[in-house]
Write a protein that binds this ligand. Structure first.
Ligand code: C2E
Ligand code: CA
Ligand code: CA
Ligand code: CA
Length: 279
């Protein structure tokens, strides 16, 4: 047992070292990556299951590293949050989202709103509203076209300042979505003080519905509550037909997940949109 423990300990140690080395690599390369345009957006449609229409699009950051290939945000976002770099990446991603919106607008036809992720740290930045408004002006857009996804956990650290910032953004026409709803522990409590436009139900809660009746009761209650509070519901991480049918049955129409599409590069996304408009 002792030997086994030692071996496992050494293994764990190696894992920690790898993580530290990766973090060092990320911090070393991030500035250059931003200037060198190694970051880009991947787009995933949010669909209405009744009409089969794309109702909005979420933009995710991707890092195309010259030596390490495509790096997932799950790896670099936490590092950027620790180092404070997140604000600069997010502003770049939001601008890419606006550029994509203006492209849609130039092509004519209906503009589908784009959701972007907003880190907790972005909400502390008093210049946030000004920055977003300057982007809209630069690309000739309206605030409803850009939706801001703030994670539930983000609300907890300094609630007062965030309540004010979210209120200011909404008062200026931006749509605010509470992301990852039901993943943390404070969801309901937050909703007492926080007015948002929509809740995005976390995929972990959806996955639990298949295993536990209690989770199903909770999801259904959340949907009913959102209706009463005049908030929209989006369910993310929908992967199977069974999930789509379940959600349709409880009155959830707006859905995002691999069932419809994985996040796609901008080029692939445009091809798909064109194909759908033609159909
Ligand atoms: P999130 O905002 O909750 O995004 C959902 C994640 O689930 C995305 O992972 C998406 O690719 C993935 N996903 C979508 N549909 C499915 C599905 O059906 N099944 C499964 N298993 N996964 C699905 P991704 O792109 O790796 O992003 C991870 C997280 O990183 C995001 O979680 C978000 O919190 C953060 N993130 C991504 N891009 C940005 C960004 O530009 N800025 C900030 N601040 N955070 C970002
Ligand atoms: Ca999100
Ligand atoms: Ca989420
Ligand atoms: Ca998340």
């Amino acid at each position: 047992i002792k030997g086994d423990y030692k071996q496992r300990y050494a293994y764990y140690d190696q894992g920690m070292r790898d993580l530290m080395l990766e973090e060092q690599m990320i911090v070393r390369d991030m500035e250059f990556a931003l200037v060198g345009r190694q970051f880009c957006i991947y787009l995933q449609p949010v669909c209405n299951i009744k009409t089969n229409e794309i109702v909005s699009v979420e933009a995710f950051a991707r890092w195309n590293h010259p030596h390490n290939g495509l790096i997932s945000p799950a790896r670099f976002i936490p590092v950027f949050e620790r180092s404070g770099f997140i604000g600069r990446l997010d502003r770049f991603i939001w601008e890419e989202a606006c550029r994509f919106l203006s492209l849609q607008r130039e092509r004519g036809g209906k503009v589908v709103p784009v959701s972007v992720n907003v880190s907790r740290l972005d909400l502390y930045n008093l210049g946030l509203l000004d920055f977003l408004q300057s982007l809209l002006k630069k690309y000739g857009l309206e605030p409803w076209m850009l939706r801001l996804e703030v994670t539930e956990s983000a609300y907890t650290d300094n609630p007062q300042q965030m309540i004010e910032m979210v209120g200011k953004l909404r008062a200026n026409g931006f749509v605010v979505i509470m992301d990852d709803f039901g993943k943390g522990y404070s969801s309901l409590n937050l909703l007492k003080d926080f007015a948002v436009d929509a809740l995005k139900i976390d995929m972990s809660l959806l996955q639990e519905v298949e295993r536990s009746e209690r989770a199903g009761v909770i999801v259904e209650a959340v949907v009913a509550m959102a209706k009463k509070l005049a908030m929209d519901i989006i369910v993310e991480g929908v992967e199977t037909k069974a999930q789509v049918e379940y959600l349709a049955g409880i009155g959830c129409e707006t859905i995002q997940g691999y069932y419809f599409s994985r996040p796609l590069s901008e080029a692939d996304f445009l091809v798909r949109m064109l194909r759908e408009q033609a159909a």
